[in-house]
Design a protein around this ligand. Sequence first.
Ligand code: GLY
Length: 372
Amino acid sequence: MHEQTACMSRLRTSDVVIAGGGIIGLSLGLELLQRGLSVVVLERDQAMQSASWAAGGMLAARDPENSPALLPLSLHSLALYPAYLDRVRTLSDQPVPIRTRRTLQQVRPSYSAGADVTFDDAKKWVPGLPETDGKFVWLEEDSFDPRDLCRALPMAFLAEKGILLEKTPVLGVECSSSAVVVETTREQIHAATFVNCRGAWAGDMHFGGIPVEPVKGQMVTVALAAERLRCVLRTPKFYAIPRGDGRVAIGATIEQAGFDANVHEQYIAAILHTAAEFIPEVEHASRLESWTGFRPGTPDDLPILGAADASNCWHATGHYRNGILLAPATARVMAQLIFGETPDLPLKVFSPARFPLKTALDACSSVSYSAR
Ligand code: GLY
């Protein structure tokens, strides 16, 4: 349980190396630090600047568009969220305020969960809401601005003496039954455990051959009077998330476009047009910001959590549209797996082994690979 750097040989040792400095990697890192391990997080670019930064920030455990298989892990994460945020706030001394407490969700007529909403009640929260055919329910659901967490979480991780190496891509990993050797552009790291938390980039890792692909989302923030929208408004086609200060984040496209990071005006205009059917002022509101993000998508839209097909290596990725929601539970159950404990809930549905292996290397217990 130690961490040291030998500058001459550029050799570092750590109990755990995590690739990926997004919300999943840093939350798991924090959990492992608090269990007494030394942790190095390697981030190819800047921590919390990819999917975590691009996210909406809705803790949408009961979004009817989610896979039903996600619900137990989602509810577990919701239960862990207050303590998780308290820990991050305390360690970082940064605010991460909850900005909305409920969601007005348009559902299909057959949908039965949630509390039904009368049109008059809905209009109290979304003044000017036009009468539509759709049925709405209330979901008791919090949201926060992920940008607040993007500031706070790396600080919390560092405050617990985690090592965060940014602009440090992984070049190769050698896993064996006795140790893991991670090659980076800066140094070699010897560790007991390696965890792949690279989000949309996690499929680059050839050992395990996990099928993670980027699913592009485009979003936009507009300025509206603060009282114009007092809850999250979500339909199967868009969502609008008020930040409580006049900013309203509106999203999002779902695109198979590889790692194309460009914002396309016609997509942003289409999102705004859809939102304006429910909040007419959106059509002509000032735009404050538009951006893209890459969700880590998997073939069944479920995360990949568990042992890789190589000794001492793990995957925690593929959270698709719910990485923010699922971070605390992911950190907890992955720490339990790494410590050989029984996880709080069955994880078979998330096992990496549910997918056919992609490469011949997968059969080996000691593997190496080169990242792109
Ligand atoms: N988490 C919201 C989205 O993926 O659009």
